[in-house]
Design a protein around this ligand. Structure first.
Ligand SMILES: Nc1ncnc2c1ncn2[C@@H]1O[C@H](COP(=O)(O)OP(=O)(O)O)[C@@H](O)[C@H]1O
Ligand SMILES: [Mg+2]
Length: 430
């Protein structure tokens, strides 16, 4: 009630408030409670009401018409005989026909090709029968090439709930289709390029394998003959020659180790991934036990989180894990006890496994070299090795869509982290 609103909000003195209330009441009674001229006023107001409603309807129709006329899409209305009842300006523009020549005509009378006439008629019949919105997509050949359209056909119901006409909203989706095609062409090209790269990679792998394999025999013979000379003619040789021989033998030995590592590296690269369940915890436990047995004099402490399973290639993952654990064992050489930990931490739904040790660690500014073949951050005299272990691990991780990285501080141990991306598409390993 308006009077109440006045009463609660006003801060004016009571008398003036009362005056306002009575004025408002009077206004309401004048407007709404006619006493003597009830009938005539009633009729007049009804007329006035319908006039207002008609005006509102006209206004709304006008604005909808303006919307339809200025819409960037083609809008048309069809009767059950497929005749155009209405088309908007965009339809005239796209068809190149004025609306006087469109209205009352069917697609066939407008010279549409048969396949389009059939498509439209079939869908219009469907909408009439099913009373449901439908969509169609079609291509039209114009002088500049194919143009693609998408139409939504909407049933328009009368008061009895029957379909009286079908409203069709048609959008030119040529641009979208072209983009879609460009993306798909690009994808095809990318796939072809990836295949090429894979082939080249495989050729390289085979080359490395063949070369390293063929180098083995000559190196073996250098090693063998230098050793034979040392054994058979040692007493006849001057000291200088003995020294040269020893050096030549050592170099041949080192070279044979490098070749073995190269072979190992290329062998891993050539292997196909065979996916299955892999229990990393038990692999770690078994291998650490082996390491402990190999040097029983060392004091060591292992912490292994149990039950860590992933999906992947068991053989490859075993090689990767062994490399990490062997490094942890090697670079904790002087520690007593050596402490090696294998565990997992969860980060954003992703499991990150880690191998942590309390060994000599490394300088993080050289971390970029860790996974490069034959790069080592420690001298061979201090810690023997060829420097291919971590590159092999990295390859194996890549084959599993995974990642490997490390954190360390010199003298304070190192932690190697890895995640296996391949299992993201798979819930078997969780
Ligand atoms: N746990 C570790 N602690 C400290 N340094 C490490 C560790 N693991 C690897 N590294 C560094 O990374 C280098 C490369 O490792 P890797 O490829 O396994 O070769 P290798 O074990 O033959 O030296 C090592 O020489 C060492 O400098
Ligand atoms: Mg190693």
């Amino acid at each position: 009630m308006p009077s109440l609103v006045i009463g609660t909000k006003s801060k004016k003195p009571a008398r003036s408030r009362k005056k306002k209330i009575s004025a408002a009441l009077k206004k309401i009674s004048n407007e709404h409670i006619p006493v003597s001229r009830e009938k005539t006023e009633d009729l007049a107001s009804r007329d006035k009401g319908s006039l207002v409603a008609r005006k509102a309807l006209e206004r709304s129709e006008k604005s909808f018409r303006a919307l339809a006329e200025h819409a960037p899409d083609i809008i048309a209305r069809f009767d059950k005989d497929f005749r155009h009842l209405y088309v908007n300006r965009q339809a005239e523009k796209v068809l190149g026909i004025s609306r006087e020549n469109i209205i009352g005509r069917t697609h066939s009378e407008l010279g549409y090709p048969d396949y389009l006439v059939d498509l439209w008629q079939k869908k219009i019949v469907d909408v009439f029968l099913k009373k449901e919105k439908m969509t169609i997509e079609f291509a039209v050949l114009v002088h500049s090439g194919d143009r693609y359209f998408e139409s939504s056909l909407v049933p328009e119901l009368n008061e009895q709930g029957e379909v009286e006409s079908v409203l069709a909203l048609t959008r030119d989706i040529t641009h979208f289709k072209e983009t879609e095609k460009r993306i798909s062409d690009l994808n095809t090209r990318l796939k072809a390029q990836a295949k090429d790269l894979e082939n080249i990679n495989q050729e390289l792998e085979s080359f490395t394998y063949a070369v390293s394999h063929d180098l083995r025999a000559p190196i073996r013979s250098i090693k063998g003959f230098t050793e034979a000379i040392q054994q058979d003619f040692l007493s006849e040789l001057p000291d200088k020659a003995k020294d040269y021989l020893r050096r030549a033998n050592r170099a041949a030995h080192k070279m044979s180790q490098l070749i073995d590592s190269l072979l190992e590296l290329s062998r891993e690269g050539r292997k196909e991934v065979q996916t299955g369940r892999v229990n990393l915890s038990s692999l770690a436990r078994d291998f650490l036990a082996e390491l402990r047995n190999s040097q029983p004099e060392r004091k060591s402490e292992f912490v292994i989180e149990e039950g860590l399973e992933v999906r992947g290639d068991s053989r490859l993952l075993e090689i990767a894990l062994q490399n990490l654990l062997r490094n942890a064992w090697k670079f904790t050489m002087g520690r007593s006890p050596a402490r090696i930990e294998f565990g997992v931490k969860n980060e954003k739904d992703k499991r990150i496994f880690f191998v942590r040790d309390n060994g000599v660690g490394f300088d993080m500014s050289y971390a970029g070299k860790l996974f490069v073949p034959f790069q080592r951050l420690h001298s061979a005299s201090e810690f023997p090795g060829a420097g291919v272990g971590l590159s092999t691990v990295k390859r194996i991780m890549r084959k599993h869509n995974g990642r490997i990285w490390a954190e360390s501080q010199e003298g304070k141990g190192a932690t190697f982290y890895f995640s296996i991306g391949a299992e993201e598409n798979d819930d078997g390993g969780r």
